[in-house]
Design a protein around this ligand. Structure first.
Ligand code: SF4
Length: 370
């Protein structure tokens, strides 16, 4: 492996086994929802900026298009809400470089140096400095210095333009835009980080080619990264068995049993962890995650408050019925059956089929062969 990227290096840092499986064994990694959402959002913004389209209709149509082509079910309204907002529209500029591809050696004067490549969401030469922008769909924001990504991108842009780089993360959900201008030593630190990991990976791959066991050199690292890992269903007891798909009914049965065991195991493990955290406090785990006890709350709307909300929405010249809805449970409480609901003009929408496990009818217990 000669060409690296921030995502490759951070995947290796998060879990060497996941990295090896993805990039070396090239086992197809099922996409996760955050990944698909993120790609959809980037595609809509990229298309809008390339075509210089700032109108709501274009964003609506593009959101629908990316959803239609996505490998998982995602919500076009969510993509639209994330992309069609002032923080994005404010970045339209004729000098923008969109999704610029940069590739450069991590050791500039060494012909054998590992190479880093990147696609930068947006950058533009502002005269005295270069503005770098990276779109994020995370639920929680963080500062540009908390990962090496923007430090590395700033270093690459500095090599290209020889100007200071102001970097900005645009968190499309939380609507925060933390910024940072990386100093030369911070950029160097990011380059060093990438170089050290790239050389470590190259060395390990060389050892594997010469007979070393990849499971020892690229071990699993259960922790925060598992939340977004497409291999988590195959990673049993922290080990990744032979890559795969379900090939026979018996394998499907075994997998079904394992799903039920894991669901139960997860409930039990969470119960144990809850007991510990309640008594002893937060527990930090690999990958910058921690278990805590967190209070949650929601708004309850008694009839009087609902009426006040209704009046206020009307007073703001908006249609209250775009915000109020009747659930199936509420319709049931009113004693309305399907026929009544249909006559009122409600439309029945079918959700995509969801996987469930249910009780088999009496006397139909499944054997282990079909
Ligand atoms: S589930 Fe976790 S430990 Fe297993 S491969 Fe994925 S990231 Fe690594």
């Amino acid at each position: 492996m000669e060409i690296f990227s921030f995502s490759r290096l951070s995947k290796y840092e998060d879990c060497p086994a996941g990295f090896y499986r993805h990039y070396c064994l090239k086992v197809n990694e099922p996409p996760t929802l955050p990944l698909v959402n993120g790609k959809g959002v980037h595609s809509v913004i990229e298309a809008a900026m390339r075509l210089n389209k700032k109108d709501m209709l274009f964003f609506k149509v593009m959101s629908k298009m990316v959803v239609d082509n996505a490998p998982l079910v995602i919500d076009p309204e969510e993509i639209f809400q994330l992309t069609y907002q002032n923080m994005v529209l404010a970045e339209f500029h004729p000098d923008n470089q969109i999704e610029q591809h940069l590739q450069l050696p991590l050791l500039p004067d060494d012909p054998l140096s590992p190479v880093i490549q990147m696609y930068i969401d947006l950058n533009r030469d502002e005269g005295g400095y270069v503005q770098l922008v990276d779109w994020k769909t995370n639920h929680k924001s963080y500062h540009p210095t908390e990962t090496k990504q923007l430090g590395l991108y700033s270093w690459a842009l500095y090599q290209k333009y020889n100007k200071p780089v102001r970097s900005k993360l645009v968190f499309l959900r939380t609507r925060e835009t933390p910024e940072h201008e990386f100093t030369k030593s911070e950029m160097e630190e990011a380059r060093e980080w990438a170089l050290t990991l790239a050389l470590e990976i190259q060395d390990k791959l060389y050892q594997v080619q010469h007979g070393a066991d990849h499971r020892e050199l690229f071990p699993t690292r259960p922790g925060g990264a598992c939340r977004y890992c497409g291999y988590s269903h195959e990673c049993v007891n922290g080990e990744l068995p032979v890559p795969g798909e379900i090939k026979t009914y018996e394998e499907a049965q075994a997998l079904g049993g394992e799903i039920i065991r894991l669901e139960s195991a997860l409930d039990n493990m969470k119960r144990l962890m809850k007991g510990y955290v309640e008594t002893c406090g937060p527990v930090a785990v690999e990958g910058n995650r921690q278990f805590i006890m967190q209070e949650s709350s929601y708004w309850k709307w008694p009839p009087k408050a609902l009426k006040a909300a209704f009046d206020r929405i009307t007073g703001e010249n908006k249609d209250p019925f775009e915000y109020f809805s009747l659930t199936a449970t509420q319709a049931g409480k009113l004693g309305w059956n399907e026929e009544v609901i249909k006559k009122l003009g409600a439309q029945k929408k079918n959700k995509s089929p969801a996987l469930k496990h249910v009780q088999l009818p009496e006397g139909k217990a499944a054997g282990l062969s079909s």
